[in-house]
Design a protein around this ligand. Structure first.
Ligand code: SAH
Ligand code: SF4
Ligand code: F3S
Length: 491
């Protein structure tokens, strides 16, 4: 007698690295429940959409996808459809009102319940919805407490903080991700040690505002808990004579993670410019494993707009911090996020953005047209909205300035030998391999025998474009460790 075929799932992720990492956890939960990954929607018994709502087109995309999935479910009524993530947290019961064929909806605070909710929907035949307004238990707050299915063994996302305590006038994240909670120092270090032991060589520390990491650890623990316990949960490592502080700084964490045996590249995102401290720059300058890449979102160049956005810095202060970072960290790549068309942005405000962007000399920048998000302060400024055509024209002008600077930065690398960590075959050409430099730059190069992900190679740069570099392979310097495996790790 042959065994029943295993149930399959297909998971689609929208949004930022936090969601990508939550999806790894969702996949881990579903695999723990005995499901296996499917190639696509057509082969899946369960389809999970892990959603984003940072801009309006993210909303539209979800409802478009759900329309398509309805047709699949009409053909295969046993198909289960689930929606999780930030848009689910925002829209709650609206999702099942607009798409009653959705079986399960969960939010950002209860990713760990995904398997149970799908099982309940399956057993009862009725749709389920579970959204929490806050994380119930700190220990379950971090995706790292859940099982994980990572796509690659050699690189890993590591959550150091969830939520955000800022109030940028345009941004919906604090309302969908909740207040800022720092993950205990010791837990982070232990996770990275375990990853390194399993063959991971690169980690990216994740938080909405990593530079404020640890700010809440003292207030949450001091007074209520004895110091022995404090040291245990926050990690005794930071509380040394060298660092006589009541709480760890992001810089302490960055340094300790960078010193873990086997970890060769440490990245982090995103740092808020107002909270970027000299200690962090110093660690970037002195720890060789910390990548020379700073993603420092500017958002706007006009001080008037920055104040309306509640960003907490002026353009001059931003440029000062950037200059300090460039002076200290050798060969630093700098990237940014910029919004055009914030309500009330005048032509001269926008020109100031162009000036600051040109002065910053970015290696690349994500540029966005402002999108009003329900409940945010800026969305209330309805009489100052910028016409779509004006915003589109500014967006195009900004793109040209960003690309000019990116191309110049990339051209400066022609002829250099770069150390590449291979990510896999290029999406466009199977004979070409893609990987990244320490600065985070994408490099394509022909490789006759395909080099597997996780290989280290020296590549000479022969071509520069605004969004990538191309080169020729000089030498393979390190094969992926034989210990490297793609682990399913129980939390
Ligand atoms: N926490 C990160 C940003 C996360 S959101 C930080 O502060 O750096 C990523 C980017 O999306 C933001 O930096 C911003 O440039 C953009 N963004 C956020 N809300 C937006 C909105 N309403 N319209 C357009 N772009 C937005
Ligand atoms: Fe949003 Fe600002 Fe928080 Fe970033 S720092 S997540 S832009 S509120
Ligand atoms: Fe989107 Fe949520 Fe990230 S709104 S950008 S997936 S925190």
């Amino acid at each position: 007698m042959s065994a029943a075929p295993q149930k399959t799932f297909y998971l689609e992720t929208f949004g930022c690295q936090m969601n990508v990492h939550d999806s790894e956890r969702l996949a881990g939960i579903l695999e723990g429940d005995g499901l296996v990954a499917a190639e696509g929607v057509e082969d899946a018994d369960v389809v999970v959409l892990n959603t984003c709502c940072i801009r309006e087109n993210a909303d539209n995309k979800l409802y478009g996808h759900l329309g398509h999935l309805k047709a699949v479910k009409d053909r295969r009524p046993d198909l289960q459809i689930a929606v999780g993530g930030c848009l689910a947290q925002k829209d709650r019961d609206i999702i099942q009102q607009r798409a009653p064929w959705v079986d399960a909806v969960w939010g950002t605070h209860n990713v760990g319940r995904a398997g149970d909710l799908l099982a309940t929907a399956g057993a009862t035949g009725s749709p389920v919805l579970e959204i929490l307004d806050a994380t119930l238990d700190d220990d379950e707050a971090f995706p790292s407490a859940l099982p994980v299915r990572r796509d690659q063994a050699w690189t890993a996302w590591v959550t150091i903080q969830i939520g955000c305590d800022n109030n940028c006038a345009f941004c919906i994240v604090p309302s969908v991700r909740g207040p800022e909670i720092s993950r205990p120092f010791g837990q982070i270090v232990r996770e990275v040690e375990d990853l390194a032991a399993a063959g991971t060589v690169e980690v990216t520390l994740l938080g909405q505002n990593v530079n404020s990491y640890g700010r809440d650890l003292t207030t949450r623990l001091r007074g209520e808990v004895d110091w022995h316990h404090h040291a245990e949960v926050t990690g005794a490592a930071w509380a040394t004579a060298e660092r006589p502080r009541a709480r760890p700084l992001f810089a302490d964490l960055l340094r300790d993670v960078a010193r873990i045996d086997g970890i060769r590249r440490v990245r982090y995102t995103s740092p808020h410019p107002k909270d970027l401290r000299p200690e962090t720059i110093e660690v970037m300058a002195t720890e060789s494993a910390v990548c020379p890449h700073l993603h420092l979102p500017l958002q706007a160049g006009s001080d008037r707009i920055l104040a309306l956005m509640h960003r907490g810095y002026t353009a001059a202060r931003y440029l000062e911090k950037l200059a300090a970072a460039r002076a200290a960290v050798a060969d630093l790549a700098v990237t940014s996020d910029i919004i055009v068309g914030f309500p009330g942005e005048t032509e001269s405000d926008f020109e100031r953005t162009l000036e600051v962007v040109a002065e910053a000399g970015y290696d690349s920048a994500y540029t966005f047209i402002y999108s009003p998000r329900p409940g945010t302060e800026a969305a209330g400024r309805t009489d100052e909205m910028i016409p779509a055509q004006v915003a589109a024209e500014r967006f195009e002008r900004l793109r040209i300035v960003v690309e000019r600077s990116a191309l110049a930065r990339h051209q400066a690398r022609l002829g250099r030998t770069e150390e590449i960590l291979v990510e896999g075959p290029s999406k466009r050409d199977a004979g070409v391999v893609s990987g990244r430099t320490a600065q985070g730059k994408l490099v394509h190069f022909p490789a006759a025998g395909m080099l597997p992900a996780g290989t280290w190679a020296d590549v000479r740069i022969t071509r520069a474009a605004p969004h990538f570099l191309a080169g020729e392979l000089l030498a393979v310097t390190c094969r992926p460790s034989h210990r490297t495996r793609i682990p399913v790790v129980a939390g």
